[in-house]
Design a protein around this ligand. Sequence first.
Ligand SMILES: C[S@@+](CC[C@H](N)C(=O)[O-])C[C@H]1O[C@@H](n2cnc3c(N)ncnc32)[C@H](O)[C@@H]1O
Length: 421
Amino acid sequence: MHSEGRITGLSDDGLGVLGRSDRPIYVPFAYPGDGVRVKSTRRRFGRLLAGDFELLEPSPLRVNPKCLHFGTCGGCLWQGLKYREQLRLKADLFERITGLSAEIKGSPKIWGFRNISNFIVTTSGIGLKEYGSPLRIVDLVECPVFSKRTRDYLHSLRAFLSETGLKPWNLKKKADDVHYLQVREGKFTGEVMVNLIAHGKPSEEVAEAFGDYFSFADSLYWSVKRNERDDPTGEPELLGGEPFIRERIGDVTYFIHPNSFFQTNSYALPLLLRAVEGFTDGERVLDLYSGVGTFGVWLAKRGFAVEGIEINPFAVEMARKNAELNGVNAVFRVGRAEETPIGDYDTVIVDPPRKGLREAGELLVKSGVERVIYISCNPRAFKLDYENHLKKAYRIEDALLVDMFPHAPHVEAVVKLVRKN
Ligand SMILES: C[S@@+](CC[C@H](N)C(=O)[O-])C[C@H]1O[C@@H](n2cnc3c(N)ncnc32)[C@H](O)[C@@H]1O
């Protein structure tokens, strides 16, 4: 089946939209203004998704992508778009989904900005998943959004596998040894953490070889994975170097450890932190979903009295360490946001996971808190939380977008909500 025409817009998830509005074809890696011929389609979750397509006439919004894996790798759907167009389209999508028009701040760096990469290690390749196919892997040579050293990291891994005879994960059989290589870089400290995620502990000999091939790492972990899921998690054991690496964001230093989330774009993070700071008022701040204390420690450094609540005990331990490291007044506790009584705070910050606040939204409504700052990379979840809960007690006063994810359609939103009188 061949379908020819011009891409007229973008879907909410950043795919080019081709054809009739009642039966559109969604084309990954195509942009508004492109003339395309779609060569194959498949049905996915009720919509028609293009497979291969021919670019008949490029859109004026296009730029030459930097990465040789562009067009297959699932990491960078928008790398073929000029960066200023990416920003404009992100703000447009956010407005279309939420109804809010907001200024967008671009990332100060659009290459080498990611401080983490999770390379899946499989019999069909080592790298990242192809767009839309969980079983097809891009055998990676480079990753310009992550690091110039990607080649070296992958070279060390391949040499290590070849010498030890450890087998990459077999995606079809769900069997064998090594499943992920996670590398983290402190962009402002130069520190590197390497964490191999494998199905079993290493022998002494293997552990020694691992240390030799990754001798450049400041922190070296081996994580034992006890399930078959394709995610880079396991029980980490330190094999060499320091238990943490550090990242320096402005005047704050953060410890990073394999077991907890850290914002992935070190260069845009100061913009995000300043946006949150700019919307914060009063003295007492509650940081709900505080993670490793990214916002809480930053605000405490600026004199706010901060309390943080976070479900992951390990992240709480890290947040406490981060508060101590920076010598600030911030207290972090393990807890579930939806079970946390909201007392007498001037500002509450919420940075929930992708599914949003849900019941925690009602607690905010019932609280007497004057200001809520909602941080989200999922505008749909924000909209639902606002429409279903927060709107009963809060109005939207301001919003700012920060591009933490150049070359992907996502954007981070910071929304300031103020209590209705
Ligand atoms: C998007 S991350 C944000 C973390 C932190 N604000 C940061 O910027 O690093 C969301 C955090 O919410 C935590 N979380 C998930 N469900 C939770 C819940 N029900 N109650 C409290 N924290 C939760 C996760 O463990 C994660 O650390």
